[in-house]
Design a protein around this ligand. Sequence first.
Ligand code: 5GP
Length: 189
Amino acid sequence: MRLLKERILRDGEVRQGNVLKVDKFLNHQCDIRLFNEIGQELRARFPQEITKILTIEASGIGIACIAGQYFDVPVVFAKKGRHSNQDEHLYRATVHSYTYNKDYEITVSQEFIGSQDRVLIIDDFLANGKAVEGLLDILCQAGAALVGVGIVIEKGFQDGGKKLRERGIDLQSLAIIDKMDEKQIVFRE
Ligand code: 5GP
């Protein structure tokens, strides 16, 4: 996606620990025009029947909601952290955070995803694939069908994408970075 790659080159900042900061347009300040382009591109790449979009809080929510307009389906986001209301019927999974290097729990109410659903997972970044794996765990508990995974920025030098593709999952990343340092960002063709 040319517009996205240009924006990453213009406004992305490579930080220590292989972290790409995109706060100017994706993770803090949100460029809604770009989000709309992302939503349309994801719809074009996933033309199949989809009944729900699933993402993870916080940074996936904005992208998934804008994309949700093009799919015309509800967007469900997995909540992070433990929830005191133990009576609630929840799917639960554990995720290792790449950016904070710690484990956290994600939960989704059983009310919002079930065995009748055909789900598209959307997230902002794919690094080692732990966030997506947690969401896949929840879909498995729900007995829902996975249609595919749509990612805005995949860091192709980490192994999350490889692992998901090897499982036969339809993974569509709108920009794949093969190499990055303070001086350059190299995209996969
Ligand atoms: P994974 O679970 O695939 O290892 O990492 C993906 C999650 O970590 C995403 O949900 C994203 O929030 C965060 N993340 C991973 N790498 C980066 C990065 O380079 N920049 C930013 N801004 N977030 C990242």
